[in-house]
Ligand binder design. Structure first.
Ligand code: AHR
Length: 658
């Protein structure tokens, strides 16, 4: 009933002129990308498909996630052994002594809020083990459901006194969101265990120990221009000791040092004491993921400053060298020849070809003079050795105010390549700021809208929602990003993932549980823009004025010169339907039919959910094109993407192009 009323209130026709022969800039292929951070169980417990929590006993509480299984105290014992208090990546292992032949003594692991197990699928179990003394203690490996009933089983038999990897594949007999893993000793004896691991066989590209396929697929579907990694504040760490260090995230996974996740205790209202980083998704896997989904890699590195919302520790300037060296070495790891020290390691990990990294962020969301001093040191060293790599520099956490003004001015005076701006703001801000970049200096640094999301209640409030109000406002704003794509060369929504039982920050683009994942309305806005991006900018105007919110309408237009299409994005943020007429000027002819993809809801509070994951998702229809005109009802609260094939005027592509 509401829908009928709203649609019925159509107003006078709005005529839009699309000046398809007046190209005023190019759209960078990187334009719409992805921001990835291990927040909200984004990596461990999320896209990194490991199902065992604390597999190497390296959490601060070594048995966190584990439980001893026994009928009584005489059945056996556990001993936590630490072999390297000083400087070893994975010093702990567990010694299990079984004194019973009943098969009742052992260990269980609870997973990340349980383990998501799917009927008929295979799960690969592995463990590093060695026997103490003679004989052997076979281990039954069991998957059990929430009631403790078996839903999969296998067996490994550690033998000998040297560490060795043992593996077995289990087939699940039932689907279960809250499964647990059990290891039960069959016989008496003592066995040492470490790196106890369980992965689905069916990972992204079937890579052993890889990524959750459903989550990567949602990313691939965005056809992203870039992949920012690893964040976010996680780059900085609460303290410098807890910063993200890429060199500790490559090589064999048993040699990657576990580190507390800085989101573990960040928000009192969302404490996550079991949140650690195992770095199974490390820098090699990151580059591989970017390559898989066709995104340009865009790493952000620590610049010698810990998170300024936490300790704000800084490294003295005369001790910055190791940080700068890390940046230089990362470029070599990504791009260097196979006979260079770091290129060789990349090749040994399975990727002799370079990853073609062209961008590097220096610091995440720093502010103040301390940042400028440190940035200058990085800049000097990086430009000297790798002048071809574009550097990304930050303007801090806010899109305005003294800190922003200071860094914006300073970075411009330093001729920065690309300036990263962040905006976590109310939905209204996004609509009001659709013109933000209209007056930016066309000859100055390019802009990376590196983190943004409409906060429906307040910044990082746990009550924020991924509702249509926020997403629609972001769409309105994004027409402004796109209209200014000659200046704005990259943009990414943040954060990316959230686990429904393990999140710290909301809103987020994609929500997951142990078995499912879905895109929010914000995801579908991103997808509409990133899969309809075009190559060149052309004006779309009403009465010779850009469409930036007049009558609650926002618009951008581009040409795709690869497919000869005109692409229009039109957002109606009002509760009224508006009749639109789009006049395609400056083309020789058009096809008689085009398409429109509509994303809309009459209810601004509407969200997607596990039960209804596509409540708000695009619907595609045909549109008629008559006399180079498209007529379209712009429904209330709607995002519309129109594509029309055109024949350009002769010689048009050689004109007006940068
Ligand atoms: O996206 C969540 C956080 O917001 C990021 O880690 C940080 O860069 C920003 O403050």
């Amino acid at each position: 009933m509401l829908a009928l009323n709203l649609s019925a209130q159509t107003s006078a026709t709005r005529t839009f002129q699309v000046k398809a022969d007046q190209v005023y800039g190019e759209i960078a292929p990187t334009m719409y990308g992805i921001f990835f951070e291990d927040i909200n169980l984004g990596a461990d417990g999320g896209i990194y498909a490991e199902l065992v929590k604390n597999r190497s006993f390296e959490f601060d509480t070594p048995l966190m996630g584990w439980k001893e299984l026994k009928k009584n105290d005489t059945e056996g014992s556990l001993l936590m052994i630490n072999t390297g208090v000083e400087g070893k990546a994975n010093p702990r292992f567990i010694r299990l002594t079984s004194k019973t032949n009943n098969g009742t003594y052992g260990l269980s692991n609870e997973g990340f809020r349980g383990m998501g197990i799917k009927k008929g699928e295979q799960y690969n179990f592995s463990v590093l083990a060695r026997q103490q003394g003679t004989g052997s203690v076979p281990l039954t490996v069991r998957l059990v459901n929430a009631k403790g009933e078996e839903i999969g089983t296998g067996k490994v038999t550690p033998a000998g006194n040297e560490w060795k990897k043992y593996e077995v594949s289990l087939t699940a007999t039932a689907t279960e969101p809250k499964a647990q893993l059990q290891l039960l000793a069959q016989g008496t004896g003592t066995v040492d265990l470490d790196m106890i691991s369980l992965f689905p066989k069916n990972t992204w590209k079937q890579r052993p120990n890889g990524m959750r396929a459903d989550m990567v697929q949602l990313l691939a579907d965005l056809k992203p221009g870039f992949l920012r990694f690893p964040g976010g504040c996680i780059v900085e760490g609460r303290t410098l000791a807890e910063r993200f260090q890429w060199k500790k995230t490559i090589g064999p996974i048993e040699d990657r040092e576990t580190l507390v996740n800085r989101w573990n205790t960040e928000f009192k209202h969302r404490h996550t004491p079991d949140y650690f980083q195992t770095f199974g998704l490390g820098f090699f896997e990151y580059f591989q993921l970017a390559e898989d989904i066709g995104a340009a890699p865009l790493p952000i590195l620590n610049c010698g400053m810990a998170c300024q919302f936490n300790t704000g520790e800084v490294v003295p300037l005369d001790q910055l060298d190791p940080y700068v060296q890390d940046a230089l070495d990362l470029i070599e790891f990504a791009n260097g020849p196979v006979d260079s020290p770091w290129g060789k390691i990349r090749a040994q990990m399975g990727h002799p070809a370079p990853f073609n990294m062209k961008y590097l962020g220096v610091g995440n969301e720093q502010w103040g003079e301390q940042y400028v001093e440190r940035y200058k040191v990085f800049e000097k060293a990086l430009r000297a050795k790798y002048p071809e790599v574009k550097l990304i520099t930050t303007t801090g956490p806010f899109p305005d105010g003294p800190e922003f003004e200071y860094l914006n001015k300073t970075m411009r005076s330093l001729n920065a390549d690309i300036i990263d701006e962040h905006y976590y703001r109310a939905p209204e801000w996004f609509q009001q700021n659709a013109t933000r970049y209209d007056a930016y200096d066309r000859k100055g640094p390019k802009i990376f809208a590196g983190e943004y999301a409409a906060q429906t209640v307040a910044i990082a409030s746990p009550d924020n929602k991924n509702n249509w109000r926020g997403a629609l406002s972001e769409a309105a704003f994004m027409t402004g990003l796109e209209r200014n794509a000659d200046v704005v060369v990259m943009a990414s929504y943040a954060p990316l993932f959230a686990h429904e039982e393990g999140w710290q920050w909301t809103p987020d683009m994609i929500w997951v549980n142990n078995l499912q994942s879905y895109g929010t309305p914000n995801y579908y806005v991103q997808k509409l823009f990133s899969t309809n991006v075009g190559t060149h900018l052309v004006p779309i105007q009403r009465n010779n004025v850009n469409v930036t919110g007049q009558d609650s309408l926002f618009a951008s237009a581009s040409l795709d010169r690869k497919t000869n299409e005109v692409i229009l994005k039109v957002v109606n943020t009002s509760r009224q339907a508006q009749e639109g007429e789009f006049v395609l000027e400056g083309v020789k002819s058009t096809q008689s039919k085009g398409t429109v993809q509509k994303l809309r809801s009459n209810n601004l509070e509407q969200m997607n959910s596990f039960a209804n994951p596509t409540a708000i998702s695009p619907v595609q229809q045909q549109v008629q094109v008559k006399n180079k005109r498209v007529k379209l009802a712009l429904e209330p609260y709607s995002v519309n993407v129109i594509r029309v094939k055109v024949t350009p005027n002769p010689g048009q592509y050689s004109k007006n192009t940068k």
